[in-house]
Design a protein around this ligand. Structure first.
Ligand SMILES: [Fe+2]
Length: 293
């Protein structure tokens, strides 16, 4: 482990450079460059060994995510929640959501929101519409069935996005870290919730970086301040440039993702016509975070 959080506690403070520079160099050197570098094979995701847990924690520190194999465990929601519990996280948003909202399949529920269709999704973090005090900090997936073709995800550690932004446009990063950049807008009524939304990057009380963003605008009322819009444009173009740190992969049956809600896409897919064969991924979202290092 690098123990970056205790070694460089000021790495996300924009007014101090020492911790940032040290951490940046170490993080860039340690960041996994390809999918194979993100994979941890587990014997049974519901009963991980100390060595397996250590591998997961190392990858989460290096990249805020890893890809795992379920091993002997059943492919289902219980296994996903058990994996979370073994990594110290358990506070899901399930009680506030539609019962089937964590089965990502073309069911058409929730007014055909993208996860429940075969439409692709552009870069986003999950649940941008929650308040800063109730942020989804971790996102786990587990694949039961893939699409016939396609349906991969691109992923990018938001700490790498922070580095790209801080090096290229520190003023824009400052705006995204200090201003209330957007509020939640009810897409049906247009009503704006003052208390939902807020900053785009910020640190949680333990000193870890949170990020929320989406290209989707229908439920986000962005500030009309020119500096906020300019900063958003810079962030969007950085994401569209798809830096060398973007990793793409498809979750095959029995593979899953552990992540601290890193920014991701879902690429085009062709699904089966047969309901029992359609792409199905289980998802768990947590208010808490896998704290590594
Ligand atoms: Fe997502």
């Amino acid at each position: 482990m690098h123990h970056w959080n205790s070694k460089y506690p000021a790495r996300f403070e924009l007014d101090s450079n020492h911790d940032y520079q040290q951490w940046r160099d170490e993080k860039l050197a340690a960041y996994p460059r390809q999918l194979a570098d993100l994979v941890v094979e587990l014997g049974d995701m519901t009963a991980i060994t100390a060595a397996e847990k250590a591998k997961i924690m190392q990858l989460v520190e290096r990249a805020n995510m890893c890809v795992y194999s379920a091993g002997a465990a059943d492919i289902g929601m219980d296994s996903l929640l058990k994996l979370g519990a073994q990594l110290g996280i358990s506070q899901t948003d399930k009680s506030t959501r539609h019962t089937n909202s964590d089965e990502l399949t073309a069911s058409g529920i929730l007014n055909k929101a993208i996860p429940f269709t075969t439409r692709p999704a552009r870069w986003h973090t999950d649940a941008t519409y929650y308040g800063s005090d109730k942020t989804i900090q971790a996102l786990f997936l587990l694949c039961k069935r893939p699409a016939l073709t396609g349906g991969s995800n691109k992923v990018l550690d938001h700490e790498m996005l922070y580095i790209l932004l801080r090096d290229k446009a520190p003023e824009a990063l400052k705006v995204l870290m200090r201003n209330d950049c957007f509020k939640y807008k009810n897409p049906k009524t247009g009503e704006i919730s003052e208390q939902l939304g807020g900053k785009v990057f910020w640190t949680n009380p333990d000193g870890y970086l949170n990020h929320r963003f989406s290209f989707r605008k229908m439920d986000m009322a962005w500030s009309e301040e020119s500096d906020v819009l300019a900063a958003r444009d810079i962030l969007e173009s950085l994401l569209l440039e798809e830096s060398e740190f973007v990793i793409e992969g498809r979750l095959e049956p029995g593979l899953g993702l552990i992540s601290n809600n890193v920014v991701h896409t879902r690429e085009k897919l062709v699904d089966s016509e047969d309901d029992a064969s359609k792409r199905l991924l289980y998802r768990a979202r947590f208010y808490d975070r896998v704290n590594a290092g």
